[in-house]
Design a protein around this ligand. Sequence first.
Ligand code: ZN
Length: 238
Amino acid sequence: MDKISKLQRMIDESNNIVVFTGAGVSTDSGLKDFRSKDGLYKKPSPYPAEYMLSNACFYTHPEEFFEYYKENFNCLDVEPNITHKYFKKLEDIGKLKAIITQNIDGLHTKAGNKNVYEVHGTIYRNHCIKCHKEYDANYVFNSKGVPKCNCGGIVKPDVVLYGEALPEKDYIGGLSAISKADMLIVCGSSLTVYPASGMVDNFNGKYLIIINNTKTPYDYKANLVINDNLSKVFSKLK
Ligand code: ZN
């Protein structure tokens, strides 16, 4: 039996499917991933990319931080692709119970999925660091320079920067969903960013599936590994 038919059979058999996604899920929507050879981390920037996206950069060089952030993370016009839409369909028929995503692009929510844990936050929520007033993503991306609240505080995107902890509610919720799942499909993540990747260790169900264009450190634990383009894989599934 070929790998796609195997995957289809496992999906048909499972009733508590959880999906864990990384940047690779969004590349077919036109977004860049981080670590591959054409990824964001290879692009020139005033400081190394990991510093540009750190909490230290946000507080000490806010102008540079926002210039980089607005240039690279404005995905307000980006649309969900075939993989996001497949997961929406799986949720609608009651098989998919939760999505845990490392992506901050909000595309699973845009595709219509209801139970999404965004463990690295989202560009769609932003708040003033002084008075905590909330602002939408348009406000941040359309502001000139550093986005400011009317109280004078900086408006900070609710995305997890280097040096910051994961949002507790999403992290705990995601862990709980994984621990109850009978099938876990990991998609488009190289599973190298800790601690989010370690969430996979909480899976005790029947089928662990990894679909990614490169190898991951968890491949040896998986029941099925598919190294292929995600849209290609998901366009063949019912
Ligand atoms: Zn404020």
